[in-house]
Design a protein around this ligand. Structure first.
Ligand code: B1M
Length: 210
């Protein structure tokens, strides 16, 4: 238990190298990868998310914690695959067409990955056809659309319309976000959820699988 708490603390402080070393030691000592993930890393990332929501930590701290999470996941991934632990689902994420802002989108991606969801990142300036294709190819359950410009937030509706036209609307939950986006706008365009920050985006995505 103390070792799980220690790894969680290293993750929260963004100590990627020390965390990676400790994860390797735990695996070598026979601790199941699933326990390391669920009883230490996901809890640590959740604590970072809660602090972010309360403005107790800020973007740089979240990014370095997420980077530490990724370094630990790189080590855990083969062991998780061997032990048959499957991701709980798949999300497709992007910043929509015309929009090149990706810092918030990357945060959302990393926080959602921290909940055990497989995330396919389509990058920025993403066209609706590419999103529809990615949903089909990856059998995705969740779509996450980010927009930072008032001139691009409208494209989120075009993506939702394209998903409806492709007959995929019942297969996916659609989440929207980004600075100009609001709860009312999300309802108006037919999204399933609006979340104001990366931590609540991760909570909402996870809740879709509860
Ligand atoms: Co741009 N930019 N920018 N910019 N930029 C803004 C957004 C702006 C508000 C600045 C301003 O004028 N005050 C303004 C938009 C105005 C508007 O539309 N109302 C603006 C503009 C105008 C532009 C250009 C048009 C400038 C120009 O060229 N004339 C241009 C557009 C380029 C384009 O996209 N086509 C442009 C370019 C750029 C840079 C390339 C220089 C750079 C982006 C670099 C990058 O992302 N790799 C940039 C930056 C850095 C910003 C600001 C300063 C910071 C954005 C940021 O990363 N914030 C921004 C001003 C500001 O916000 N203070 C600004 C930190 C990030 C963590 O927050 O992205 O909001 P954010 O994400 C949050 C939440 O919104 C939420 O979670 C995140 C964290 O909790 N969230 C989601 C985001 N996506 C979500 C999805 C979800 C859920 C939650 O579910 C799916």
């Amino acid at each position: 238990m103390a070792r799980f708490d220690e790894m969680s603390a290293l993750l929260q402080r963004g100590k990627a190298r020390d965390l990676a070393t400790m994860v390797q030691e735990e695996l070598a000592a026979g601790v199941p990868a699933k326990d390391i993930l669920e009883q230490s890393l996901i809890i640590g990332m959740g604590i970072v998310g809660d602090k972010f929501k309360r403005n107790e930590v800020f973007v740089p701290e979240v990014l370095i914690a997420a980077r530490a999470m990724n370094s630990a996941l790189t080590i855990l991934r083969p062991a998780l695959a061997d032990s048959g632990v499957e991701p709980i689902g798949t999300a497709v994420i992007c910043t929509v067409k015309g929009d090149l802002h990706d810092i918030g989108k990357n945060l959302v991606k990393m926080m959602i990955e921290g909940t055990g969801i497989n995330v396919i990142d389509l990058g920025v300036d993403c066209d609706k056809d590419k999103i529809v294709t990615a949903i089909k190819e990856n059998n995705a359950n969740v779509v996450c659309l980010s927009a930072l410009l008032t001139t691009t937030m409208g494209y989120q509706k075009e993506v939702i319309d394209a998903i409806v036209e492709a007959g995929l609307r019942d297969q996916v939950k659609i989440m929207v976000g980004g600075a100009p986006v609001t709860e009312d706008f999300a309802k108006e365009i037919g999204a399933d959820a609006y979340t104001p920050d990366a931590a609540s985006a991760a909570e909402t995505a996870r809740a879709f699988f509860a």
